[in-house]
Design a protein around this ligand. Sequence first.
Ligand code: HEM
Length: 436
Amino acid sequence: MLRALPRIRKDPLTFLSESAATYGDVVEFPIPGQRVFFANHPDAVKQVLQTEHRTHDRATVQYQSLALVTGNGLLTSDGELWRKERRLMQPAFHRAVLDQFVEHIDIAVDRLLASWARKRDGEIVDVDQAMMRTALEAVGRSLFSHDLSGEAGELVQAVLKALDVVVSRARSPLAPPLNWPTLGNIALRNSLRTLDHTVDVMVGARREAQRRGAGPETPDLLGMLMASEGFDDRQLRDEIVTLIVAGHETVATSLTWTWYLLGQNREVRDTLLAEVDSVLQGQRPTFEHLSQLPYTRQVVDEALRLYPPAWVISRRALVDGDVMGVEVPAGSYVFVSPYVLHRTEEYWPDATRFDPARFASDAGEQTSRFTYIPFGAGPNLCIGRDLALMEAVLVVAAVASKCNLDPVIGQQVSLDPLVTIRPHGGLPMVLKKRFP
Ligand code: HEM
């Protein structure tokens, strides 16, 4: 294991893929002091994330690191607390209210298109950065509705800064204890202080506005969470931060990889453009267009297969048991990897090929609930799944109807798996306006 450490740090995705290919469906990593199992089989996914979810919690390095920023929000909690949070938050993400977020997403897309309209045809743009900005604006507006240049913007920046520190901590095997006055710890403490203060101010201002009978014109998540009355101020803070963390980078990277794959596969792109042009006729996509853009949705689904933003999902076993017959004592970590599973030939023939036809409604039983898990599985299935898919389809259709993104010739793209899988050093692509 020690000998493998440099390789794991340099390229964990290849390390995991090779481990599964060499050692089989359930692999134990020999780590002193902590038993760690990696399972790469749909039955194991079903068992750990669904059937036995009550005896597998999230007290793992992955979620405890995130919890330094998100506290006890929905993404990092377990048991009774998690059940209460999920029940209170579910209505805000229900399919029936999804269209309320379209307006927020539209503003983010308009800004992106306006900034690209000012560029020269053929100019190189960093698609990774652009998608991060667009997704951040979309989730920020969905949460707070109003202008992100003020407190909401400050809050979002504080969250991202704190997350950065936490991620570099999680990557370092020798991270200093949190109470040591290191630069990283001081930066984390400062961002958390800014974060807590800004949430207080924003929630206070919203309460005051509600007392006066004034509120945002378009409903937003903050209003929905505050209306549920089951959250005290601390819990409200944790949920707000959780939604920024969970709903920003995930959507952004799924879009980034979609553009990357479309740039590499002209035939797929042509089919997508034919659909987008005939459905939208030059108009901006609306909620009503979504059902008429099935191929665009297939493209997004397939990009999420090849580059699932959440590349690993971990749990801790609470009782002695087994995973697919391999003994797993209480206290062990068990994790699955959507990235590795989605690229396993047994479940996905010709797995590395980008082929949106796999997700066509008439493609038959190609995908199963437990071989395709970009949003997880079982009771912790991503609460923002429908919102994320809607956002991705709207952004892809809106952008594709105006411009193409071509690969930069000779450019090598390597993967950087941090909180999500991102292209190392960004993703420069050539911006080509379709209707100059
Ligand atoms: C493409 C975009 C997204 C991907 C790939 C994604 C992926 C995931 C995955 C894999 C999980 C399961 C974690 C686990 O089992 O421990 C999850 C949970 C979660 N996601 Fe997402 N997510 C996305 C977008 C969003 C959005 C837009 C939001 C909200 C605005 C969101 C909020 C959450 C929350 C709160 C949870 C915790 C759910 C629970 O444990 O009950 N996600 N997500």
